[in-house]
Design a protein around this ligand. Sequence first.
Ligand code: NAD
Length: 260
Amino acid sequence: MSSATVALVTGGTSGLGLAVARRLLAEGVVPVVVGRSEERGQHAREFLGGPAVFVRADVASEPDMTAALDIAERLGSLRIAVNCAGVPHAAKVVGRAGPHSLSQFVDVMTANLVGTFNVVRLAAERMMRNAPRGQERGVIVNTASLAAFDGQVGQAAYAASKGGMVSMTLPLARELAGSLIRVVTVAPGFFETPAVASVPVRARRELDRDLVHPQRWGDPAEFAGLVAHIIENPMINGETIRIDGAVRMSPGLLRKANTP
Ligand SMILES: NC(=O)c1ccc[n+]([C@@H]2O[C@H](COP(=O)([O-])OP(=O)(O)OC[C@H]3O[C@@H](n4cnc5c(N)ncnc54)[C@H](O)[C@@H]3O)[C@@H](O)[C@H]2O)c1
């Protein structure tokens, strides 16, 4: 009898990651949900129920992610890793208070890009040891953003972190092809999640103007549906897929120059 299929889902305690964990669980996969907050993690575990597991870990930490992957491997065959962990950020390169904080730039890059790369490298090493099922040993899905392509004023750090994910998708897929592991990136548009609940009303109204069709924000279940399809479809590899209802973001609310 083959062992259970296990999926590591980072940022899986809320928003898009939680929707992915829920969808995979419904398909018989055991989700190992990674997040930084014990409280949110326990809520997610109760919400998901079944064999879902929560592991408190920071995606940018090697010891944390090594421990999380050890747990995942004990539960079955780790064949899926979905990176949804990430932090939003908005600050101008030169704002009223002076230049962009360098440490904030580094923090955004660390959570979004370094964290994703850390999970990719450590998960891929584990997946390489799997016996092939069908024609593959594993699938890795990363979550970028529209900002990787049409970043707004104030999104230099965030867009750079997401653009790095887009750029590394093909070289990762090319390298890991030899190990029968696929790598795909999803670039979501506007989705209703806890992260965007904090967007000020004025900024949200401005974003709403960019909506094309459908004229609404996405449901995290729609994002999870795409991730599930990517996992199922062996021909999708080395690509970034936008899921955005044709939105192309405008320069944004912060575009007004600060110079007197
Ligand atoms: N919601 C959107 O409209 C939207 C649009 C484009 C891209 N995204 C991206 O999708 C991903 C999920 O976003 P969301 O909207 O579901 O947000 P969310 O805040 O609900 O989920 C992100 C999760 O990642 C966790 N996280 C952050 N840094 C972490 C770290 N270092 N280690 C472990 N966990 C960490 C957070 O605690 C949170 O639980 C993010 O990468 C985000 O940038 C979201």
